[in-house]
Design a binder for this molecule. Structure first.
Ligand code: HEM
Length: 407
């Protein structure tokens, strides 16, 4: 355990490190990748180049350091990150590397202000935090491997079927290339896909939610093609999957992971709210909940640009049509002329509190949501304004996690 003097140093220097957060993390990644270019195979380059991941890792180290005398209080955060690490294939021997370059970056950026005492205190704290992560992740690797149909690391899957779901979303049905079973998963979980793209120096890894219910002989992912936008290049992986990967091709997957899962013991009415491709874990939850709890009231709410961009609509409508307790509600921000003609949507514009109050059967429900960050902020604020307690609200970020409360 750390001495009280060390804890005191840590706690008094966290604000200084946070103040220099961007400079430290920038230096950290630069020096680490220069010395260990193989780690470029692990990190998401798009997140790196857009600065999205720049501070997440270091911020969690600082947050953990503040709780160093009661690390169990941040265990839920550790577990969520550990799921991501396990899904990526992060190993125990990589922790000292991250520690070395994080400490080095702190030293470089703070200069003389980083005394030996301070650096020593941080080295000790990092060691303790890393040990907690390594322990949790070890348990997760074992768990993934010992499940029926489970495996550790990456396993080859063949694309058994590729199906366009909307003008931007395409599903891939993936079966193990070894002919074996697939491990079950909790609705809401994701897998990582590792890709070697011709012409690229490094491999790319991306996470995709499983979009079908568990219990099938395949995994299904439904991938949005990230087209180029001003200031944002097209998504390398999603473009490659859409344009180049076809039926019969092989992809490498790690076992299902993630903590954003349907609580099976919950019998309250269920409200699933999604924006854009954030509907993928929600469709899995919808199908699983409707099958396992046919008496449960479920409202499936989805916001899309228009009918052309609305993926998996028919699937959700089939569930609603076969169970009177399930309702589906569509909100389009820019409906097409044909959407208007056919009355394909229930609300025009954006999801807001007054519409939620019309379509959600009761405030006594459990709420799950996923979508682009501005959408999630709106939904979160609406639910809180409606008086829904935190405990009944669950959400998932696609990409680096952030806060729903700021700005
Ligand atoms: C992602 C924290 C060690 C590789 C993350 C995230 C956090 C984090 C907060 C973002 C998770 C999310 O957005 O859901 C930490 C902490 C560490 C640590 C506190 C040390 C105690 C490591 C190590 C490696 C690693 C040793 C391997 C070299 C990654 C990768 C990602 C990630 C590849 C995904 C980021 C991306 O693809 O852009 N980590 N991490 N981390 N971590 Fe760690």
């Amino acid at each position: 355990m750390l001495s009280s003097r060390t804890i005191e140093i840590i706690k008094s220097t966290v604000p200084v490190l946070e103040q220099h957060g961007t400079a430290i993390t920038k230096r950290f990644y630069q020096t680490m990748f220069a010395a260990h270019p193989e780690l470029l195979n692990l990190f998401n380059h798009a997140n790196q180049s857009q600065g999205r991941q720049q501070t997440a890792l270091a911020n969690v180290v600082y947050a953990a350091a503040l709780h160093i005398d009661k690390l169990e209080s941040i265990l839920p955060v550790v577990k969520q990150i550990a799921h991501k690490h396990r899904s990526l294939g992060v190993t125990a021997d990589q922790y000292p590397i991250v520690g070395k370059y994080l400490l080095g970056a702190i030293k470089d950026v703070l200069g003389d202000a980083a005394t030996d005492d301070i650096l020593q205190a941080w080295a000790e704290a990092y060691g303790i935090i890393a040990k907690v992560f390594i322990g949790v992740e070890e348990g997760m690797y074992e768990e993934a491997e010992k499940q029926d149909g489970g495996w550790a690391g990456f396993r080859a899957f063949r694309v058994a079927r590729k199906a366009a779901e909307s003008d931007v979303v395409t599903s891939f049905y993936l079966v193990p290339a070894d002919g074996g079973a697939v491990a079950s998963f909790e609705p809401g979980q994701y897998i990582s896909v590792r890709l070697d793209i011709p012409g690229e120096t490094n491999t790319h890894i991306r996470q995709y939610s499983l979009s079908d219910a568990p219990g099938k002989p395949y995994y299904r992912i439904s991938v949005k093609r990230e087209d180029a936008l001003p200031g944002k290049p097209a998504g390398k992986v999603s473009s490659y999957l859409h344009a180049q990967v076809g039926e019969g091709d092989v992809l490498h997957l790690s076992a299902p992971a993630g903590e954003f899962v349907l609580d099976r013991a919950d019998t309250r009415p269920l409200v699933l709210i999604s924006g854009g491709v954030g509907l993928t874990p929600m469709v899995s939850m919808l199908k699983a909940a409707a099958a396992a709890q046919p008496d449960r009231e479920i409202a499936f709410i989805h916001a899309a640009r228009s009918g052309d961009a609305h993926a998996l609509r028919q699937e959700a409508e089939e569930v609603a049509a076969s169970n009177a307790r399930v309702s589906a509600h569509w909100c389009y921000s820019r409906p097409s002329a044909s959407d208007r003609e056919t009355g394909a949507f229930h609300k025009e514009g954006y999801v807001d509190l007054s519409w939620l109050q019309q379509v959600v059967p009761t405030t006594e429900a459990s709420f799950y949501f996923c979508g682009p960050t501005p959408f999630m902020k709106t939904v979160y604020a609406a639910l809180r304004a409606w008086g829904i307690e935190e405990e009944r609200i669950r959400f998932e970020f696609f990409g680096p996690s952030g806060s729903l409360q700021e700005g």
